[in-house]
Design a protein around this ligand. Structure first.
Ligand SMILES: [Mn+2]
Length: 257
């Protein structure tokens, strides 16, 4: 069991971490955080540093975004996870956040893995776009070998020949990893599908196949989101997700954190 703030990931708990793809404004972050908290999310997610495919896409607010997240986290009592992309920002992110995310595109950034491995904050390590499970586990090994044993893995979809969905959510990985390691495994159905209407069904499937929780994108108004609006749930959709999830979580012998 790895704890983000006081929130357990692993064991009997099923933990939902939700929030916008990116910190856009203080109000947008606060409104979304309050909505996910009211619906039962245990922790907050949002990016201050955004790895974008295009250099002209919104790159995130950096340190200013971290400060907003810290403020909203204190106001709502939700611990938060946020991504670090650069070794130069590891100290700042480790100081502000309750958990540090290493994103899919940096899963094999070995300098970053070593630097984050030297912090004492939990790490949420996402599977790379084209990474085999073995490569994900070896990336986790970098963190463990550097002395950080608080590692949470995250299946977020892989690139396949299929183009109907943004990625192919590899739920095989969940029970496979749980049989091979002691590390908790989260599923990100937002990036895993890229399609809002698939987020709820794949979340239920993730709970059914043994995931320890979810990382879900929610935006107060996805139509105007600066990134990943098409896969972000509306607050009402997130409430529906949480209501649908509870019976599945209980059916597999887990408890909502
Ligand atoms: Mn996103």
């Amino acid at each position: 069991v790895v704890k983000i703030g006081k929130v357990p990931i692993g064991g009997r708990a099923f933990t939902v971490i939700a929030g916008p793809c990116a910190v856009e404004t203080r109000d947008q972050t606060r409104n979304t955080a309050e909505a996910v908290k009211a619906a039962g999310a245990a922790a907050l997610r949002a990016g201050a540093y955004k790895p974008r495919t295009s250099p002209y896409g919104f790159q995130g607010h950096g340190r200013e975004g971290l400060a907003i997240l810290k403020e909203v986290s204190e106001e709502t009592g939700l611990p938060f996870v946020t991504e670090v992309m650069d070794t130069a920002d590891v100290d700042a992110v480790a100081q502000a956040a309750d958990a540090i995310q290493i994103g899919a595109r940096n899963m094999q950034n070995f300098a970053l893995l070593r630097a984050v491995g030297q912090t004492n904050k939990p790490v949420l390590l996402k599977r790379g776009l084209s990474a085999k499970i073995e490569e994900l586990l070896l990336a986790a090994e970098y963190l463990l070998a550097a002395g950080n044993e608080q590692v949470i893995l995250c299946e977020r979809g892989i690139r396949t020949f299929e183009t109907a969905t943004r990625n192919t959510l590899d739920l095989n990985a969940v029970p496979y990893i749980k049989q091979k390691t002691h590390l908790p495994v989260l599923v990100d159905p937002s990036h895993g599908t890229g399609i809002r209407d698939l987020v709820i069904p794949m979340s239920l499937a993730a709970a059914a196949c043994g995931a320890d929780g979810l990382l879900v994108e929610v935006h107060e108004d996805p139509a105007v989101a600066l990134s990943d609006g098409a896969q972000s749930l509306y607050p009402q959709g997130f409430r529906n997700l949480m209501n649908s999830l509870r019976p599945v979580v209980e059916a597999v012998g887990r408890q909502m954190a």
